[in-house]
Design a protein around this ligand. Structure first.
Ligand code: 5AD
Ligand code: SF4
Length: 470
């Protein structure tokens, strides 16, 4: 399961010691795991003298860190590459050099096509080969022709990436698991990210400690199939995710723990119980179900029926009554009838979501669903998506409105959009802002929620003591 948080499209700014001699611009598409990977690529290149660039124009190296999960990703990459070709030519005419790299899942899936269609690309690297970047950059500086690295030695990637440097914002992302063996009919992840791999517990706890020492107060554990994590424990046994969360909860200064993205089949008893017993574990869970129809769940190879999802929702809310659920949905998977779609609508009505992402099915070449007969017409997909999104929007608005008047803890993350405002996140991942000093960033403060807007909340600060420390 991949995280479906909104796409990031911003430069990664990584702190480097001393003043950098060269500048690096990374454009990131897709999930939080790609954002994490971009940070690590910046870290791995820092010792080579690469510091952050704000724009491709001022960069000596540009990396496009791509996502292949849904439609048209590769066209967007190729159109970016077209623009960058001109920039590269301009720089070369001025006697400067620019290294151009394509990383991520499009690189993994379409490496050969990239070098054929865009021979001005210097490096093509799959998600498991970032630790080899320095060596590849050195080779690219010498050799003509693109370097391609898209093997799958995922263990090596984590063993060889250096520790992140510099300050860390209050919210950190930590990849604990990569890849997926579930082979849902529609999904490219098993082909682009490879087989499921869990990092050892000790490495994860050590990285989490370093993140907290550098300023993190919240850690989101990332993995395509994060709740399938089963890593080697310090005593040689194997831990599941619940046990890892208990270990992380012992880190002083770590106020909040989340994990994303989970598969319903891997929500085991211990993990459900952890939601009731670990106060740092936030009462918000992203648990994609994709469809409410048993027939579609089977066609999608999800390995469970809608009933399992209903039971999980009940049990999670029993363990943690204020737990809010989020999910992903696909409309118009091959073979989906009006009755199947109605079953999805019923599931949404019955469960109730605080947030959800919904997509029209888009065929991904090489996946089983892409070749199935009974593809659903685009107009039908559009109608179904609109109907589903209207319901999900209503539920999100209801959830946000129901928060008004409540008190809750907010992790402040920085300045708000308007002068004098400070912004943060509620336990339920809602963006929230209040009048208060920016210096509160990194603190968990008590607020009363005063208003709900379409995508955020307003609040007033309650905790005078925290204010005094700011
Ligand atoms: N078409 C539409 N949506 C997809 N997703 C994954 N593959 C496809 C596809 N081929 C959605 C799923 C997944 C989310 C990250 O992206 O809902 O949970
Ligand atoms: Fe998630 Fe299924 Fe894709 Fe695996 S194959 S990442 S479980 S959607």
């Amino acid at each position: 399961m991949t995280s479906s948080l909104p796409a990031q499209d911003r430069p990664i700014l990584s702190e480097t010691a001393g003043s950098p001699r060269k500048r690096l611009y990374i454009r990131t598409w897709g999930c939080q795991m790609n954002v994490y990977d971009s940070g690590r690529m910046a870290d791995v290149l820092a010792p080579l003298g690469y510091g952050p660039a704000e724009t491709p124009e001022e960069a000596d190296m540009v990396i496009l860190n791509t996502c292949h999960i849904r439609e048209k990703a590769s066209e967007k990459v190729f159109s970016d590459l077209g623009r960058l070709r001109l920039l590269k030519q301009e720089k070369e005419a001025a006697g400067q050099r620019m290294v151009l790299a394509v990383a991520g899942c499009v690189a993994q899936a379409e490496g050969a096509e990239i070098t054929a269609r865009a021979p001005w690309v210097d490096l093509v690297l799959g998600p498991q080969t970032y630790h080899r970047l320095p060596e590849m950059v050195a080779r690219a500086s010498r050799a003509a022709g693109a370097q391609i690295e898209t093997d799958f030695p995922v263990e090596q990637k984590f063993d060889h990436l250096p520790d992140a440097q510099g300050q860390q914002g209050p919210v950190a992302f930590l990849t604990i698991q990569e890849g997926c063996d579930k082979f849902c009919s529609f999904c490219v992840v098993p082909y682009t990210r490879g087989a499921e791999f869990s990092r050892p517990a000790a490495a994860i706890v050590a990285e989490a400690r370093r993140m907290v020492a550098r300023g993190a107060r919240e850690i989101a554990l990332l993995g395509q199939n994060v709740n399938a994590w089963h890593g080697e424990a310090p005593d040689g046994s194997t831990w599941g995710l619940a046990r890892l969360i208990h270990a992380l909860a012992e880190i002083d200064g770590l106020a909040r723990i989340r994990y994303t993205t989970s598969h319903p089949r891997d929500m085991d008893d211990a993990l459900i119980r952890a939601h009731g017993t670990v106060p740092q574990l936030m009462p918000f869970l992203h648990l994609p179900v994709q469809s409410g129809s048993d027939k579609m769940l089977q066609a999608m190879n999800r390995g469970h029926e809608a009933e399992l999802f209903f039971r999980l929702a009940d049990r999670l809310r029993e363990a943690r009554p204020d737990l809010a659920l989020s999910s992903d949905f696909i409309v118009g998977h091959p073979g989906e009838t009006a009755e199947d779609h109605a079953a999805t609508m019923r599931l949404v009505e019955k469960v109730g979501f605080a947030l959800a992402y919904s997509f029209k099915y888009s065929p991904r070449p090489g996946t089983p669903a892409a070749d199935q007969p009974f593809q659903v017409a685009e107009t039908v997909k559009d109608e179904r998506l609109q109907e589903l999104q209207a319901l999900l929007r209503r539920q999100q608005d209801d959830f946000n409105r129901a928060c008004v008047g409540r008190e809750c803890d907010v992790l402040m993350t920085g300045a708000g959009r308007h002068p004098g405002q400070v912004a943060g996140r509620t336990p339920w991942l809602q963006p929230i802002h209040a009048i208060g000093p920016e210096g509160l960033a990194g603190q968990v403060v008590r607020v009363r929620i005063t208003a709900a807007h379409p995508n955020s909340l307003s609040a007033t600060l309650l905790d005078e003591k925290e204010l005094a420390c700011a």
